[in-house]
Design a protein around this ligand. Structure first.
Ligand code: COA
Length: 163
């Protein structure tokens, strides 16, 4: 599926905020001194690519990388303005903490941060679980062919196979 578009003014976004309001998980922007902690967590749980994107987001002021903490422990993250302005992502929740509404809460808080920054729409680039975004905030596919901004992206070379 191609990139998705979300209206930050859609009633679905506000409704998600009501559904995900909770006090047991703290969601807040990453502080600069926490950068190394968050990046190694993202790399450990997800990938180097996502850690690179999170590094860009954490380097912005205000930080455009939000984290979710449960009992003081990092359980998820979500970024915006990482690969390009106006893009939501990457985002992820630790496997053991999935299915408890944390991903949806992070999604809402991050979209709200984008709205507060002056955006009216958010783009979700190359979404993995598109259904998550369609169901949560009424995201719609942008009908454009091709890989968009991700075309020709450099990737870590695979190690050479020894003969
Ligand atoms: C996608 C992800 C962030 C969701 O986090 P989560 O904390 O498990 O999600 P929640 O518990 O908040 O789920 C909210 C809703 O989305 C649904 N949902 C969760 N993951 C989904 C998925 N992969 N596909 C479709 N729906 C999904 C849940 O069933 C739930 O629905 P409900 O409101 O009807 O109960 C998490 O599964 C993850 O980290 N996945 C791997 C990384 C990834 O793919 N990130 C997205 C890149 S674009």
């Amino acid at each position: 599926m191609g990139d998705l578009l979300v209206s930050l003014y859609a009633p679905a976004v506000e409704a998600l905020g009501r559904r995900t309001a909770r006090t047991d998980v703290t969601i807040r922007p990453v502080l600069a001194p926490e950068r190394h902690v968050v990046l190694s967590w993202v790399e450990r749980h997800f990938s180097q690519n996502w850690a690179s994107e999170a590094a860009v987001a954490i380097g912005r002021q205000p930080s455009s990388c939000l984290i979710a903490l449960s009992n003081g422990e990092l359980v998820g993250f979500a970024c915006y303005d990482a690969i390009a302005r106006g893009f939501f992502g990457p985002t992820g929740v630790a496997e053991a903490s999935r299915g408890q509404g944390i991903g949806a809460a992070l999604l809402h808080r991050t979209l709200q941060a984008m709205k507060d920054m002056g955006y009216a729409y958010a783009i979700i680039g190359d979404p993995g679980p598109a259904r998550f975004y369609i169901d949560a905030v009424g995201a719609v596919e942008i009908p454009v062919a091709g890989k968009g901004i991700y075309a020709d992206m450099l990737r870590t070379p695979k190690p050479a196979v020894l003969a």
